[in-house]
Design a protein around this ligand. Structure first.
Ligand SMILES: [Zn+2]
Length: 331
């Protein structure tokens, strides 16, 4: 890819950036037995067939992440790859419950991620925010516990809260209390909704949780009243095209609703979700839209500008990034 357009990535799970080579390195260093003998064998396992086989692999491989250094290396490797694809600002999700549940202290996770994020502007030319996500397929009481344990990092390392993991059967409304507490603590609010779940979940994310951005949101297109609301309020949607195809939310990239979403006036952004598992980082998603959906340079420029409009940046940071996007020359 030559000269990628500057962009912000707003939907990225740091645990989903674990490449096979790093997973095997960490397994060796930490004495964790994995049922794969080589990076190629593990890479073949990344070719999962459905959501459940993805989640099994995803949570299984997290076992290799044990120490502060592991989390720092994971985040640093992501930031290097993202920077090479034009990412200038990244708002990174992490799942505290997925680590504390297997005995890794939250302080270890925070120290490792914090080290990599603090070094990112100088080392990679990338500014960052960190968003803690609650696992929606765990009880709301567990989310509240994770939230309270993270208080020491609010407003310093942690900027916001999100809601992720298996969507269907776990509507946003069940997490009202933890979102009320997050709002009271001054945190920014986002949630996954309308990926596999129905438009009703997007309504709940907006009206019950009060989110400022919706992660995915592609099924909003099934509800014209919802589209009207999202357009009126210019609620950003963090869409992940290659993820949607790999998880079969959309059969083929050619069927992806993104062009219709843009035409409807929605504030759409393009992101990678879990890039090591879903076949590409942020720039790869932009390339796929150009090559697979025929998006023009000006449409890609609009998507890049949207990513900065939707980011939790100061006005001065946003203006500077938007100037970089305006100045970009597409090949
Ligand atoms: Zn996601």
């Amino acid at each position: 890819m030559s000269d990628p357009v500057p962009k912000a990535e707003l939907h990225l799970h740091i645990e989903g950036t674990l490449e096979p080579e790093l997973a095997l390195d960490l397994a060796g260093r930490n004495g964790v037995a994995l049922p794969y003998r080589s990076a190629d064998e593990l890479r073949a396992a990344y070719d999962f067939q459905d959501l459940q086989s993805f989640l099994d692999l995803y949570y299984g491989l997290m076992a290799v992440l044990r120490t502060e250094r592991d989390f720092a290396e994971l985040a640093d490797a992501y930031l290097a790859r993202a920077a090479a694809q034009g990412v200038r600002h990244a708002e990174i999700f992490f799942d505290p419950q997925a680590h504390t549940a297997r005995g890794v202290p939250l302080a270890t996770v925070m120290a490792g991620l914090g080290e990599a994020l603090a070094a990112a502007p100088a080392r990679h030319g990338v500014t960052t925010r960190l968003i803690m996500c609650f696992l929606r397929d765990e009880p709301a009481a567990s989310a509240l516990e994770a939230f309270e344990a993270a208080r020491p990092w609010f407003g310093t390392l942690i900027t916001g809260v999100g809601l992720d993991s298996a969507e269907v059967g776990h509507p946003p409304a069940g997490f009202r209390e933890v979102y009320d507490r997050a709002r009271a603590a001054g945190l920014r609010l986002v949630a996954h909704a309308g990926e596999e779940g129905p438009p009703e979940y997007v309504w709940q994310a907006l009206d019950v949780l009060g989110v400022e951005r919706v992660d995915h949101g592609i099924r909003s297109m099934e509800d014209p009243r919802l589209v009207e609301r999202l357009v009126r309020d210019q609620v950003p949607l963090t869409v992940c095209p290659l993820s949607n195809v790999r998880l079969r939310c959309v059969d083929r990239l050619a069927d992806h609703p993104l062009p219709r979403m843009m035409a409807a006036g929605l504030l759409v952004t393009v992101n990678s979700d879990d890039p090591s598992y879903f076949g590409g980082y942020a720039g790869d998603n932009f390339d796929a839209l150009r090559d697979g959906l025929g998006l023009t340079g000006e449409e890609l420029r609009l998507l890049a500008a949207n990513s900065f409009r939707a980011a939790f940046l100061s006005d001065a940071e946003r203006a500077a990034y938007l100037e970089e996007v305006a100045a970009h020359r597409f090949a």
